[in-house]
Write a new protein. Structure first.
Length: 455
């Protein structure tokens, strides 16, 4: 099945051609009229556990801002919205969290006990790009934490997906959400920035509500913190960040300039094959440089001393791109985003809370006050991601766009299900996927006749 689906995608991609003007990514191109895009196309429809997923291809540009590429993306909606029994409240632009294996891509999600499945059950339609390096684009590099590039392809996917929905006869409210956690928190704030700069403003004039969390908004300060601590509690993150910035610089810096010689030969297998998830890569690094019982690894085991020297030529280039892809080193204001809710744990061991503090200070210094911060989670980064999903659903349940109180009072109720173990034992009766996500331990469940896994 995977092979035939990939074949379909490649066949579709081969028919999609388009041209763009020559320009630098630093030009901050915002004029959508200068870009000729191919028509987006739905390539697969899958009935999943508690929602429908539509996979589609769309035209956008690579990280350089000018090279035409075709990426894949997915639309997530409830069965009631799919069957047109109810009208969705609006559409959410979903920025995906860090993934390293192709099977984790949005266009492969089938379980309702996931970020996509739970948020789709808020009666908003969610649209999420596979992004660089996954799905149809799997042979290419991930472009990790390259903010402007990721935000651009996410906005392009959102607008293409929304147009496809209209062509399919779906009706939905005129509300735009912007959501994402971790890597998705970083790219979500970059989406706010591009919208403020006017990127495709005729089609996406503003964002009604942004709920994001755990984002690396100030990667330079993050780097200085890691270098001072000389400790990584989530070692997969360090090679991802450095590789993303090396890629952003056009590979003027080589892996062997920064990484330990013993790690360099493994980087291609770990990160470029797209076969291994973050758990596998973390375990691999621990197995080679420590033990899985360690609370963290000294960074100087993974990198050369050049990493700790900001005056070193390779690090000068990396630091330049860390700042270019952060959100606090150039003045801007998310004045086309009505409200932002942040979720970030002060105990976050992967993306230190200093990122949230720097982002909040920056927004206030630039005159933006329409935000709040939920720092109540006492968990580490991954478990705070679970909390983020619950927080986002609660916020969306309570959210009423300005001037739409009457329409919202007639909004459909969230669907409920009987949930079973595979042996037929009933574990929850008439429970929403949101509550199931919150209450159930990891395991295999049967919901609405379909098997799903909570990891």
């Amino acid at each position: 099945m995977k092979k035939s689906f990939s074949t379909i995608w490649l066949a579709v991609a081969a028919t999609l051609t388009f041209s763009l003007p020559s320009c630098s990514d630093n030009d901050h191109q915002t004029d959508a009229e200068e870009i000729t895009r191919p028509a987006a196309a739905i390539v697969n429809r899958t009935e999943c556990s508690g929602f429908w997923r539509y996979d589609f291809t769309y035209g956008t540009v690579d990280a350089d801002g000018k090279t035409p590429i075709t990426l894949s993306a997915a639309i997530f909606m409830t069965p009631d919205v799919h069957d047109k029994h109810v009208q969705a409240k609006g559409c959410g632009l979903l920025n995906h969290y860090t993934i390293t294996a192709d099977h984790q891509r949005p266009t492969n999600v089938t379980s309702g006990l996931t970020l996509e499945g739970v948020l789709a059950n808020t009666n908003y339609i969610m649209i999420e790009s596979d992004g660089f390096g996954f799905g149809i684009d799997a042979p290419h590099s991930q472009r990790y934490l390259q903010g402007r590039a990721a935000a651009r392809v996410n906005i392009d996917a959102f607008l293409a997906g929304r147009q496809l929905l209209k062509e399919e006869g779906f009706e939905f409210g005129d509300v735009t959400l912007n959501l994402g956690y971790s890597q998705g928190g970083h790219s979500g704030m970059w989406v706010n920035r591009l919208v403020a700069e006017g990127y495709r403003s005729d089609e996406l004039p503003k964002i009604d509500y942004c709920i994001i969390g755990g984002g690396s908004y100030d990667m330079y300060s993050h780097y200085r913190y890691l270098a001072a601590e000389n400790l990584s509690q989530y070692p997969v993150a360090l090679p991802l960040i450095l590789s993303g910035m090396i890629d952003a610089g056009g590979y003027k810096v080589k892996n062997e300039d920064i990484f330990d010689d013993g790690l360099v030969p493994y980087l291609t297998e770990l990160f470029d094959t797209k076969q291994h998830d973050t758990d596998y890569i973390n375990s691999f690094i621990y197995d080679h440089y420590g033990t899985t019982k360690d609370q963290g690894l000294p960074i100087d085991q993974l990198v050369k001393q050049a990493f700790f020297d900001e005056t070193n030529e390779p690090m000068k280039d990396i630091i330049y791109h860390l700042k270019q892809n952060s959100l606090v080193y150039e003045a801007w204001t998310p004045d086309k985003t009505d409200r932002i809710t942040f979720v970030h744990a002060r105990t976050d061991e992967v993306v230190p809370f200093l990122n949230q503090e720097k982002m909040a200070d920056f927004l206030l210094a630039n005159g933006y006050t329409a935000f709040d911060i939920d720092d109540s989670s006492k968990n580490l980064h991954t478990n705070t991601g679970f909390y983020y999903v619950l927080k986002a659903t609660a916020c969306l349940s309570a959210f009423v766009p300005a001037g739409q109180k009457d329409a919202w009072s007639a909004a459909p109720q969230v669907s409920t299900y009987d949930i079973y173990r595979p042996d037929g034992r009933l574990v929850c009766k008439q429970t929403t996927l949101i509550d199931a996500y919150r209450m159930l331990p990891p395991g295999v469940y049967v919901i609405n006749g379909k098997t799903m896994v909570k990891e």
